[in-house]
Design a protein around this ligand. Structure first.
Ligand code: FE2
Length: 259
């Protein structure tokens, strides 16, 4: 499995605070069966990309001994606050993408959905980038109207749902919204958005179980492995497969029919 959203490098942002945090996070991912994780620290276009890359490179150097000791492949990217200047900025500096690919992880504010969101995402696509929208299920606007996320995903933007949301660890609105989005034939990946060796990372196994209940093993493998791998390799994304949902959904339907 591949986790394309995390804050694993020490002391870059509000993520891991030390190399020992990083080591613990890598150990947990490895235990879960992940093979690749991306360090996607916060970046907004008010910052200098060169400065951000410098900070990230120093953090990679600091964490190099623990990364080398782990069996995980660590790639670097950023979680970029969406902004009208982003397509231009990416064309001038493509080191903010996920692992050197054309895929770019972007977020919008939790409390407002900027009016330029759709147009900037599509301008990114026109400029040859593949936007990945971080945690749509956590945005107020999407919780009230999931069609906002469905509309951009229908035009090729990848939605990144969060394991902890599916696990219910971030509250009922993110869980409900993630459950409604995950069930659709859209380009979707799952990621931890882990900020340390704690809650969001520890919720991954429960998030995986819930996801499997909802979409079945084959579709889950697409969301955890095949689509993230295609993104990193700049390959065409596989079409959503349909598979038998897991026990959870069957038993819920069973209860519904009986009721
Ligand atoms: Fe994040």
């Amino acid at each position: 499995m591949i986790d394309l959203h995390s804050h694993l490098l020490p002391a870059v942002d509000d993520g891991a605070t030390s190399a020992s945090d990083t080591a613990e996070m890598l150990r947990i991912w490895s235990d879960y069966g992940f093979t690749t994780v991306a360090a996607t620290h916060h970046f907004s276009s008010g910052e200098s990309p060169e400065e951000y890359i410098g900070v990230v490179e120093r953090a990679v150097d600091e964490a190099a001994p623990v990364i080398d000791r782990s069996e995980l492949n660590v790639v670097v990217g950023a979680e970029i606050m969406l902004d009208p200047g982003l397509p231009d900025l990416l064309q001038r500096n493509d080191r903010l993408t996920l692992g050197g690919s054309r895929a770019v992880l972007v977020e919008v504010p939790f409390l407002s959905w900027p009016h330029y969101t759709e147009s900037v995402l599509f301008d990114m696509q026109l400029a040859g980038f593949q936007p990945v929208l971080a945690h749509p299920e956590r945005y107020d606007a999407v919780q009230s109207n999931e069609k906002l996320a469905v509309a951009v995903a229908s035009r090729g933007v990848v939605l990144q749902l969060t394991y902890a949301s599916l696990a219910g660890a971030l509250g009922s609105a993110p869980r409900r919204t993630a459950e409604r989005l995950i069930d659709q034939d859209l380009p979707i990946i799952l990621a931890s958005d882990a900020h340390g060796p704690n809650q969001r990372l520890k919720a991954v196994p429960e998030g995986l179980r819930r996801a499997e209940d909802l979409v079945g093993k084959d579709r889950l493998r697409q969301m955890t492995s095949e689509i993230p791998a295609a993104l990193l390799a700049d390959q065409e994304l596989p079409n959503p497969v349909r598979s038998e949902p897991g026990e959870g959904r069957q038993s819920r339907l069973g209860r519904f029919r009986r009721g």
